[in-house]
Ligand binder design. Structure first.
Ligand SMILES: C[S@@+](CC[C@H](N)C(=O)[O-])C[C@H]1O[C@@H](n2cnc3c(N)ncnc32)[C@H](O)[C@@H]1O
Length: 283
């Protein structure tokens, strides 16, 4: 066998190249790319290198840091972010929300939920189905955010292959979705789509909402952050949560070291103590 002919963007990253990308990802969106991820990063960036006509990762990196439009950085984030998600992921959260949290919010004219790091929208539409069942008057609003423009575009398209919808209850599919002719995909109904507003939000940048939320879902994103970035995100979530409000995180995540902001309720569910201002300094 002759020498490997690495096409640009297909060879592994050299240590220096990996380090540049790693520091940029950490600085801009909290991502903690641990040593050993060189091959994964090479696979994810290969398309950007080839698509942009760059001859090396270093050239791509230089382009990203020089590009004042922010588009190259957005493409990097799209390429590096892990968007894995599913309808009804970690289902006990939805049961707890429905049985224990929503009953305490029923007297409100509107229940506001922030779904942070919502990826391609399955979590948002799961919440919308559940909330429509629990609050048939439609008195709720979901604020859905993610850093990835590509993921947000898919979330707003709200069309999913039938196989992805296989675990949705039949009643939800018929009430809140429309099948494509041929049944190969399902589209969230326009009335349900109108119940969620999407925007791009980086949990590493200042966050300010006109009001605090009684419920926040921020699941399976802090697991990709290092300790410092987790603290930064947790502080923002604390400040955005109403006193007494509930925060749902991924089951592989923990906020137990932030007991100044949250009390533990059950696995991956925390509550902001009823009398507390929140720990995040907005400045
Ligand atoms: C694994 S998905 C989780 C999706 C969903 N919450 C769930 O649990 O199924 C992680 C999401 O976090 C987003 N993300 C990564 N870094 C982020 C940041 N700094 N700010 C906001 N979102 C971020 C990614 O774009 C991705 O869509």
């Amino acid at each position: 066998m002759g020498p490997v002919d690495w096409a640009a963007g297909a060879r592994p990253l050299a240590a220096g190249e990996f380090d540049e990308i790693r520091r940029l990802a950490r600085r801009t969106f909290g991502l903690d790319l641990k040593p050993g991820k060189e091959q994964l990063v090479a696979a994810r960036l290969g398309r950007l290198v080839r698509g942009g006509g760059f001859s090396s990762y270093r050239q791509l990196y230089r382009h990203i840091v020089r590009d004042s439009t922010g588009e190259a950085l957005a493409a990097l984030i799209d390429a590096l972010a892990t968007n894995h998600t599913a309808f009804l992921r970690e289902p006990d959260h939805f049961q707890f929300l429905s049985e224990r949290v929503l009953p305490t919010l029923r007297g409100r004219s509107r229940v506001d939920i922030w779904c942070a790091a919502c990826s391609t929208g399955e979590e948002v539409w799961t919440l919308a189905c559940l909330l429509n069942d629990a609050l048939p008057s439609g008195g709720f609003r979901i604020t859905a955010t993610d850093i990835s423009g590509k993921a947000l575009a898919a979330a707003q398209r709200a069309a999913y292959p039938a196989a992805r919808c296989a675990n949705l209850p039949a009643a939800w599919l018929s009430r809140y979705f429309m099948p494509e002719p041929g049944g190969e995909a399902f589209h969230v109904r326009p009335a349900v789509r109108a119940q969620a507003a999407f925007s791009r939000l980086n949990l590493m940048e200042p966050v300010s909402w006109p009001r605090q939320f009684p419920v926040i879902f921020c699941r399976n994103v802090m697991i990709y952050f290092d300790a410092e970035a987790q603290q930064e995100a947790a502080g923002k979530l604390a400040a955005s949560l109403e006193p007494g409000g509930h925060l749902f995180i991924g089951h592989a995540e923990s906020l137990s070291r932030f007991s100044q902001w949250f009390e533990y309720v059950r696995p991956a569910v925390y509550r902001k103590p009823a009398k507390q201002g929140g720990g995040w300094n907005k400045s």
